[in-house]
Design a protein around this ligand. Sequence first.
Ligand SMILES: Nc1nc2c(c(=O)[nH]1)N[C@H]1C(S)=C(S)[C@@H](COP(=O)(O)O)O[C@H]1N2
Ligand SMILES: [Mo]
Length: 434
Amino acid sequence: MPMDKSSPSNAPDLHEFFAADPLAADYIFFGRKAYADRRGFLRGAGLAAMAAMVGAAIPFHRNMPAGFIPAAFADENVLVGKNGLTLLNDRPINAETPPHLLDDSITPTPRHFIRNNGIPPSEVAADTWTLTVDGLVHRPMTLSIADLQSMFEIVTMALAIECGGNGRAFFNPPARGNQWTYGAIACSEWTGVRLKDVLEAAGVQPNVVYTAHVGGDAHLSRQPDKLPISRGVPIAKAMTDNVLIAFGQNGGPIHPMNGAPLRLVVPGWPGSCSQKWLRRIYLREVVHDGPKMTGTSYRVPRYKIEPGEKVDKKDFVIIERMPVKSLITHPANGVEAGRAVEVRGHAWSGDRTVTAVDVSYDFGATWMSATLDAPANDGAWQNFRANVVLPAAGYYEVWARATDSAGVMQPHAIDWNAKGYLNNTMHRVALRVS
Ligand SMILES: Nc1nc2c(c(=O)[nH]1)N[C@H]1C(S)=C(S)[C@@H](COP(=O)(O)O)O[C@H]1N2
Ligand SMILES: [Mo]
């Protein structure tokens, strides 16, 4: 893996530059035209058009220093309260976190990635927000957040959310969609009530098979009768202890882009199950068929295919648990290092625990085992660290691989699918020892 341009080693100057005078930096970096009418331009055309105008290289993070966001976007409310995220798309807003900014055990709210399918609601007042629980329940209910807080036990848990398309950028043939590299993963500490407790209070009818989730965001077309996304989970998953209806993130309110004032958190399963701006949950006697539940959305072929192979729509199955994976959060990719380096990061495996993480600095010829922490609770990622002493000056790659409680280890190569889901290949970071 070459030292890429997103490496932090060549980023600080640009960051300082933007910090000192963002508008001047925009002018120099994006050019006069973008500077002159950046507001109207951004509103009218979006990031893709900006890229076309100033010459393709701008918005896509692999061409940009880590953590870089055009200053013009800092003016847009959506990124207020976020720090260091890399913008992939502005319609809808999608932004990921560079791995070295995910070093904390608990991801700070400013570093939690954003994955939107539609237009977030503009009105998210916590005191008037309601959640309706209906469908095949004995007692349909509409509850305020205060009702949820007074009727049910309040719990706080560290829970990892990973987008099903995290790692899509590395597919070959390429997969269309947001080009997530590594950072569509986060483990915030969520405060809320158990979905299970709420469903038990409503009374689950015996024929229930699946949940259906509805959020308050609008479809990109702004057609009021269209939902951008409505996913669900099997009722057995909904009834597990670590599935929360959350109203708090990291001891504060949920960030507006992470679903304030109320969201589901379904750890270990594709992030899409964790409906943001949660307004309604209804129970169904069939597998839910809302937008992005059917066809090839969040589904993969049920048999192994060749890269590029076409698969009949009927042969797709819904993605359930996310596979075993790890992320190196220190050192950052592309840095100069001394011979002694602490390699550290996180590992997770949806609905399972990680039992080992190994680290290699010689392209996988030899491996050493890392120290691995237990998860903070069921559904949290696990921290690992290893003291690596590199034998001599030169160029190295540090690789990490996790193994889970079922004995499944991360692969070297991508198990290809057309939509670019479930890339759990080993993370590799480049180092230069001088
Ligand atoms: N209402 C609503 N909920 C949603 C989405 C959305 O677009 N609308 N995106 C989903 C997807 S695909 C993911 S990966 C997670 C991301 O959560 P985050 O943006 O808080 O990181 O939210 C999920 N919940
Ligand atoms: Mo996602």
